[in-house]
Design a protein around this ligand. Sequence first.
Ligand code: KIV
Ligand code: ZN
Length: 516
Amino acid sequence: MTTEKDQVRIFDTTLRDGEQSPGASMTLEEKLQIAEILDEMGVDIIEAGFPIASNGDFEAVSEIAKRSKNATIAGLARAIHADIDRCGEAVKHAEKARIHTFVSTSPIHLQYQMNKTQEQVLDIITDTVTRARNLIDDVEWSAMDATRTPIDYLCKCVEEAIRCGATTINLPDTVGYATPDEYKRMFEDIIARVPNSDQAVFSVHTHDDLGLAVANSLAGVAGGARQVECTINGLGERAGNAALEEIVMAIRTRGDVLPYACNIDPKMLTRASKLVSGASGFAVQYNKAIVGKNAFAHESGIHQDGMLKNAETYEIMRPEDVGVRATSLVMGKHSGRHAFKDKLKELGYELGDNALQDAFRRFKDLADRKKHVYDEDIEALVEDEIATAKEGIKVIALTVIAGTGGPQKAILTMDVNGQHVTKEATGDGPVDATFNAIKSIVPHEAKLSLYQVHAVTEGTDAQAEVSVRLEAGGRISTGKGADTDTLVASARAYVAAMNRLALRQQGTNPGALQAV
Ligand code: KIV
Ligand code: ZN
């Protein structure tokens, strides 16, 4: 017997709710790359940003709207005319555009955040949904903190939003408080009780404060929702949003109990995860479902034995289903530029002539120092090259004297806006000395709030990938660097974070969302 599968729309909010994570803000270039891959992989709606938040956000949303090929492009707007108008302005270039406007509905938000009565909020819904609908046909309305809103009042709000022209109704679990049963029941009740509910698509939007985001989203779908709002790697406010890759693979793997279909090409999940991790500076935990480094690794003898006999003994999905390639030995120091270019293409990178030249030079250098060069090495190297290509300051050369004798000393040469400057500094350990040398070349007030190292592959000659987070004046910025020398990788990561901080201080302001 075949069962007709209901289509579930995937609404990705990595570039809006995801970017709201402290420290996860991205450059325009990174947002464009992420939007491109989301569009290509089959995301139905891309929430590209919050246009009123800053000129940078506005520019990103309008540029993504101009470039999108398949997806609907949405922008977020508070229940304020200026927000809605600015949002309409930003998304209007898209072939399929959406305004997503929201207002709080729960008693606690009404009393403490908005100082408004339920009647006043109903009037706001009438006014703002109508305004949005007069600009664009596709309007989504969200009841912020829906899961802590009395159901009778929520019904009134939803009915009014639909009456004024909202075509999608999103009922978020804003604070990650709901349980799956409750969330499912809320959708069932609303859909049954609101007289015009058949005129809108219902949407889930969940946060992971209790680790229930994905379970809640799937429960909401079981309750009648047909749009899921989620983010790559579960990036998002506080504990994050529901992870897109988990939703998609749950639906695909458990079609027997989740009879739904979505348009996502799962083979692109791994690439998208890496791209978002690199751009946001948020490393993916090793044991993260679907896209973690260990998601398909089998360590115990019993598991390995079973896997060798039949992979299905311990594997419910195949790594290749989500785009994980078998680790392959790439090339050695004798490989030529042509083979290198082909390999980059296979890994999904198309570099311009200059960037290709620089990446090839670094590959040769790496192959000289490292016995085996794997795909992961090439990826780390190219990501590092892309990240540093347009930077205002760059690491040129570093020598560090370390050992038991102390104090450790770093001699560093940097390119500061085209000028080479060399300084030396001591420190409490080689990393500290290196960072002090950077500070003596480019004095700054930023504080180091995270320093993390991980090996790209196995072996003592593995490349180190370093993440550094800096904080200054309430802004946070993360940078990454890769090299077989951990100290060089550390210097690159620190400088990448500084460059991003400078970029952010020049204009974009994702932190404006806090004022909502
Ligand atoms: O979590 C939430 O309520 C939101 C809304 C703005 C949709 O992100
Ligand atoms: Zn949210």
